[in-house]
Write a protein that binds this ligand. Structure first.
Ligand code: HEC
Ligand code: HEC
Ligand code: HEC
Ligand code: HEC
Ligand code: HEC
Length: 193
């Protein structure tokens, strides 16, 4: 009994129990993430066309550089271009809405109703994990390292198997010559709280 209490006092063990408990709670969401089946999106957004047009990832996902979450574009951001694109909605030569491609008709509907587009998350770590884009972008990783080649995709799909081993492997690879950094990067509390 005394031994068990000693074990339970250890910081790591308590943390492990907390994480195990939280993992149970968030198991549902994580299971969806793991299946890697792309969810049905409200608009079939073509990454390939937009990335091919040289529109920067950060134009639509600006949070990746400065905060934890990369963010998804609002209907206004889409409309800044699509409200004026010569091919369909140029005020000088308007094309009837019912002649627009279907996915753009849907976009026009969200704009008209002033309703946010309910994008469905694809990449998502469970609640008990802390991921922040900023240090990774600052360390020079390209988006493709973790998200695959978006110029070949329409809506986002999960390319890599994204789990704890994936995070830790890369943290180990990137701290070979720096024991202090390694200690920090594989510390449970760096990613769990
Ligand atoms: C920086 C300008 C820009 C932004 C921002 C932008 N688009 Fe586009 N989009 C384009 C251009 C240019 C095309 C090529 C369309 C064309 O040929 O008319 C295109 C094509 C498309 C198409 C394919 C249309 C077709 O012909 O089948 C869809 C759907 C689309 N965009 C949806 C969106 C959505 C949704 C957003 C917001 C998340 C968005 N776009 C943001 C410029 C933009
Ligand atoms: C080191 C790996 C890594 C890199 C590099 C990376 N991401 Fe992510 N990204 C993730 C992970 C992990 C998640 C899930 C995060 C979560 O659930 O909080 C994510 C989530 C996202 C999301 C969806 C939700 C959100 O708002 O955060 C977008 C959009 C995104 N990333 C875009 C980008 C872009 C754009 C870049 C390049 C500027 C980039 N990512 C670079 C790992 C990465
Ligand atoms: C014109 C706007 C636009 C550009 C440019 C763009 N994206 Fe996106 N991105 C979106 C939209 C809209 C979604 C939500 C639909 C989906 O999941 O595909 C999205 C979703 C994503 C997701 C999944 C988000 C989630 O919920 O998990 C990732 C990852 C991502 N984009 C990465 C990139 C990368 C990397 C680039 C540059 C190579 C890029 N995007 C360029 C608009 C854009
Ligand atoms: C492609 C390699 C790579 C992948 C994949 C990766 N990381 Fe990282 N991560 C790094 C590097 C390198 C750093 C240190 C950056 C620096 O030098 O500040 C870092 C830093 C961090 C930090 C900040 C640590 C601090 O200094 O406070 C957190 C938190 C983090 N990563 C969490 C995660 C999580 C969670 C995942 C998986 C979902 C993940 N990372 C996947 C390479 C990666
Ligand atoms: C670099 C980030 C990172 C570090 C460091 C890390 N983890 Fe994790 N951990 C994750 C991610 C991401 C998940 C969710 C994905 C999964 O279940 O593999 C996770 C999931 C877990 C889970 C839940 C497993 C499940 O089935 O849902 C436990 C328990 C856990 N971690 C314990 C630990 C312990 C103990 C340590 C310290 C030895 C640790 N982690 C260090 C990123 C990390």
């Amino acid at each position: 009994m005394a031994n068990l209490l000693e074990i339970l006092k250890k910081k790591e063990v308590v943390l492990l129990l907390v994480i195990a408990f939280l993992a149970l709670l968030s198991g549902g969401a994580w299971a969806m993430y793991q299946t890697q089946i792309p969810p049905e999106q409200p608009i079939q957004f073509p990454h390939n066309i937009h990335v091919g047009l040289q529109i920067q990832c950060l134009y639509c996902h600006p949070g990746a550089q400065r905060q934890a979450s990369a963010g998804l574009p609002t209907q206004q951001k889409c409309w800044a271009c699509h409200g004026q694109l010569r091919k369909y909605s140029d005020p000088a030569a308007p094309v009837a809405l019912n002649l627009w491609p279907t996915e753009l008709q849907k976009l026009a509907g969200y704009v008209e109703r002033n309703e946010p587009i309910p994008w469905v998350p694809v990449y998502q770590v469970p609640d008990h994990v802390h991921f922040n884009h900023r240090p990774h972008i600052a360390a020079g990783f390209a988006c493709e390292t973790c998200h695959g080649d978006m110029s070949k995709k329409t809506v986002a799909t999960v390319g890599e198997t994204v789990n704890m081993g994936w995070c830790i492997n890369c943290h180990l690879e990137n701290s070979v010559e720096d024991p202090l950094k390694r200690t920090k990067l594989i510390d449970c509390a760096t990613c769990h709280y």
